[in-house]
Each structure stands twice: as C-alpha cells, then as structure tokens.
Design a protein. Structure first.
Length: 112
C-alpha cells in the first residue's frame, strides 16, 4: 500500500464520490511533496492527451496552465495511493475538479 498514514498527507472530501476498484471513494489523501519527476512528466502527458493534444506547440507558463494543475493534483493523489491511476481520477467531476486543481496550483505556486 502507499504512504497513507504519513503526517504530511492532506485529505479532500469529494462532494461527488467516485468508484475505484468497485469501492465508493468519498475522500482521498494526497501529498504534493511526493510528486516525482516521472510522475510530473506523466501528469503533463496525460493533460495533453485529455486536451486532445491541442496547442501542443504552445508552452504556457506553468503558473497559468490550469489543465496541468488538475493533472498535478491527480499526481499528488497517485503519489500516495499507488493503486489509483489517472483514469480512475478522471472520473472526478463537478466542484471536486476545482478542488483537485487547487492541489496542483498550490504545488506550482508554492512559496516558503
């Protein structure tokens, strides 16, 4: 299993629970500090695929790439929940999408 019990983990409570591996998931732990370089790259690749590879030639500043923020939020979840994958988390919907996007945005904009 993952690092679900570390102190740094935070949890989001989903307003719209999703089903992962046949179980209803109402809350999900995450830790953006556990995002690795390969996981970051995978998040970026998944974001491009989800966007239909639109604007691949344009490289917006990461601070303003809201799709990347969402997928980095997914990466922060996957980092400590290795049984989850991006396709599981792509079922998140409604206001929960914005909550997950906030995780990735805070990762990109983090300042000490």
């Amino acid at each position: 299993m993952g690092k679900e019990n570390t102190v740094k983990n935070q949890v989001i409570t989903l307003k719209n629970p999703i089903t992962i591996d046949g179980k209803e998931v109402e809350s999900i732990a995450y830790d953006a500090n556990e995002i690795t370089a390969p996981l970051f790259a995978e998040a970026e690749a998944k974001r491009k695929i989800a966007a239909g590879m639109k604007n691949v030639g344009l490289a917006p500043a990461a601070e303003f790439d809201f799709g990347l923020h969402l997928y980095l939020g997914f990466a922060a979840i996957i980092a400590i929940n290795p049984s989850y994958d991006f396709s599981d988390l792509e079922r998140i919907h409604g206001r929960d999408v914005v909550e997950v996007m906030g995780i990735g945005r805070n990762f990109i904009l983090k300042s000490e």
